[in-house]
Design a protein. Sequence first.
Length: 81
Amino acid sequence: MPLTIPDDILKQAGLTEKEARVEVACRLFDAGKLALWPAAKWADLTRVEFEQELLVRKIPVYRPTRQDLEAEVSALDRLGL
C-alpha cells in the first residue's frame, strides 16, 4: 500500500520526500516496529548511513536486553574476567 504525504504537509514540516522517509524510518525503528536493516532499506540508505541518522537523533542502534547482559556477565565469569 503506497503512503502519500501531500506536498503542502512536507513543506509545512520543512522536509523533502527523502528526509521524510528517513525520519519515518528512524521513528519506526525507535518504536521497535522495524528492525535496523528493513528501516534502512525503507529510508533508501545503507546500514551505515542509517546508523548515522540514528546517532544524529540520539536513537540507540543497539539495545541489549537484560538477558543479553546476563549472558555477557556469565561469559566473562567463565573466562575469569
